[in-house]
Design a protein around this ligand. Structure first.
Ligand SMILES: [Zn+2]
Ligand SMILES: [Zn+2]
Length: 275
């Protein structure tokens, strides 16, 4: 794929997403008065460009490698049994199993410090809109996309249907970050909506709403939350560099040394007193 083609595809996607989400954010704003070029807009734009020009290809490569590996492990008899079911049933199985896996995978990301390092980059956004959806560390993307597609790979879901599902999930992931609050009432219990994911971006690390497409898993496992107003502020309660390169490298930095240095700093005055 030529560089010119990639640049053209990136520009076309940017314009398409602007055309879809900017009017929606104007007509149904969750936080009225938020400017298009809100703080850290350019940082999120760097993530957008990085995803399209650098990391998207890497994620797809890892995914296809993963798919090939799984194909060789899953017994042919199991695949034949799955394929003998009606296509709509396989579709439902794939969506429900993916939602189950991503729910728990995401919940674990918030619990386990090593995974949180990478996921915290996404949560460091203090202003949500369609562009902020792109602030994601590439290793976080590989984890999420790998997990979400695991059932489809194991069940041998047809590639064409999978492409449509991946595209829909991608658009949905952007939509739930948009600065939008749609008046869909109780329907949000079934199909999910931006306000649920906005509450997931509340500053508390265990704020709930971990599900992907539908909030049913959150309802089932007791992590559903949807107050009738927006959270006061978004972000995380820990330091995070404010630039693209800093955020890419931050999760990879050794933490023990840092913690040790902080502990030494704390004990230093005592040591001096003693000497
Ligand atoms: Zn999260
Ligand atoms: Zn998010």
């Amino acid at each position: 794929m030529s560089v010119a083609y990639m640049l053209l595809a990136t520009a076309a996607s940017f314009l398409f997403l602007c055309a879809v989400f900017v009017p929606l954010e104007r007509v149904f704003p969750a936080k009225p008065g938020q400017r298009f070029f809100r703080p850290k807009w350019w940082l999120d734009f760097c993530f957008f460009i990085g995803q399209y020009l650098l990391w998207g290809g890497l994620v797809l490569w890892v995914l296809s490698y993963f798919r090939t590996g799984l194909t060789s492990i899953v017994p042919a008899g199991f695949r034949e049994m799955v394929a003998s079911q009606p296509w709509w049933l396989i579709g439902i199985e794939v969506v429900v199993l993916s939602d189950f896996l991503i729910y728990w995978g995401h919940r674990i990301q918030h619990k386990v410090d090593f995974l949180w390092r990478f996921h915290a980059v996404h949560h460091s956004a203090e202003h949500l809109d369609w562009l902020a959806a792109h602030r994601e560390h590439p290793l976080d993307s590989i984890y999420t996309i790998g997990l979400i597609n695991l059932p489809a790979f194991v069940l041998g879901f047809p590639m064409e249907s999978l492409a449509a599902l991946i595209a829909f999930r991608g658009l949905w992931a952007i939509f739930i970050h948009a600065n939008v609050r749609l008046p869909i009432g109780p329907l949000r219990c079934l199909i999910g909506s931006p306000e649920l994911h906005h509450w997931h971006h509340d500053k508390a690390r265990d704020s709930g709403n971990y599900a992907n497409l539908s909030p049913l898993m959150d309802k089932l496992f007791g992590t559903y939350t949807c107050p009738d107003h927006e959270p006061e502020s978004f972000g995380i309660r820990e330091p995070m560099p404010g630039n693209y390169l800093g955020q890419m490298l931050h999760p990879l930095k050794p933490r023990r040394r840092k913690a040790r240095a902080m502990a030494q700093q704390k004990t230093a005055p005592d040591a001096r007193d003693g000497s």
